[in-house]
Design a protein around this ligand. Structure first.
Ligand SMILES: Cc1cc2nc3c(=O)[nH]c(=O)nc-3n(C[C@H](O)[C@H](O)[C@H](O)COP(=O)(O)O)c2cc1C
Length: 319
């Protein structure tokens, strides 16, 4: 079968799934190009966040997550893709693979695309079973990544690094201005993090310092970020193509969590401060720089953030 297996309609429908991916500050830093022989996922430089993401790492992670959704959607339609990373501004190029019915795993994960969301609320104290942790670890391995659960002293040390990084970031006026620009409720209904998604304001005593998206202060002593499970994820290497693959790995982990009924919160402050990121790597005793800190647990759905219309992010000109 040729690339004509992906009609423009199938492309547009798959992009509808792709844009449900998580992205740094819900900046949606992606574009999707329909070509005669391929689909390209590109970073959109006009969506850059120079203060918190000066190298474009988080944008590439976000685009990798969107590309993962795109591939799942195409596979669910019986026309799967192969991918190549890192061709100039094109972070991922998809080309048609041999048609086949979707696997049960692909169907399950595909069904979670619209259900997954970032949850910044308190999680229940219900423990997460070892089988679920094994499934999350396996999801990272399946995309050539790693997921390491941290407990005890190592969890305390990770929490200390999240707080140290958050302090350093929030001391920077440019970082704060950028964060505020992406959290203004009125203007950002199709992008950015609104007040409802932000959750309550950071509590000084909470274990893992959540990024402050401007949520209202809460009169509570309950630790909203209490951690049934905290994990750090990464991939081998830290070049641009590795960052894209990290996004694919991240999305597989997040969709697997959703399929297991788990809520997820993300913490990238310790990744955004290079010295703290190196300390986190050393703490884990790994050669690779980590890509994100995640918290998993059981919690009701909070809310879904908006997305820009598909028409705003596709280029079907030369298909
Ligand atoms: C690379 C990356 C880093 C992120 N870092 C954080 C973070 O530090 N704190 C946070 O609350 N959410 C973080 N997020 C989650 C985004 O804010 C979230 O995906 C976005 O607002 C869209 O909302 P949704 O995930 O509910 O669809 C991150 C997401 C990505 C892809």
């Amino acid at each position: 079968m040729t690339s004509s297996s992906w009609s423009r309609a199938a492309f547009v429908a798959a992009v509808g799934d792709a844009v449900r991916a998580p992205s740094i500050h819900n900046s949606q830093p992606w574009r999707f190009r329909y070509r005669a022989d391929a689909i390209d996922v590109l970073v959109d430089p006009s969506r850059a966040l120079p203060a918190c993401d000066p190298t474009g790492r988080a944008a590439r992670v976000s685009c990798g997550a969107a590309a993962y959704n795109l591939m799942l959607a195409l596979a669910a339609g019986g026309a799967p893709a192969r991918y190549t990373t890192g061709i100039g501004a094109t972070v991922v190029r998809l080309t048609p693979a041999a048609p086949r019915p979707p696997t049960p795993a692909e169907q399950r994960l595909h069904r979670q695309i619209g259900r997954r969301h970032t949850n910044r609320a308190a999680f229940a104290d219900t423990p997460v079973e070892p089988a679920a942790l094994a499934a999350l670890t396996e999801a990272a391995h399946a995309e050539d990544g790693w997921l390491e659960v941290v407990t005890g002293d190592r969890l305390d040390a990770v929490a200390g690094l999240v707080r140290a990084a958050d302090r350093e970031l929030t001391a920077d006026a440019a970082y704060l201005a950028e964060l505020r620009a992406w959290t203004s409720e009125a203007d950002h209904r199709v992008e950015g993090v609104d007040r409802q998604a932000a959750g309550a304001a950071q509590h000084p005593g909470e274990l893992l310092a959540r990024r402050d998206f401007g949520g209202a202060a809460q009169d509570t002593t309950h630790d909203l970020a209490r951690a049934p499970v905290v994990a750090v994820v990464g991939v081998a290497g830290d070049g641009p193509a590795d960052e894209t693959r990290a996004g694919m790995m991240l999305q597989r982990v997040l969709l697997t969590a959703a399929d297991l009924g788990l809520a997820t919160a993300m913490y990238s402050q310790p990744i955004e401060v290079p010295a703290v990121r190196a300390r986190l790597r050393d703490l884990l005793g790994r050669p690779d720089l980590p890509q994100l800190v995640l918290r998993f647990g059981y919690a009701p759905t909070t809310c879904y953030t908006g997305r820009r219309p598909v028409a705003d992010v596709v280029d079907v000109g030369d298909g």
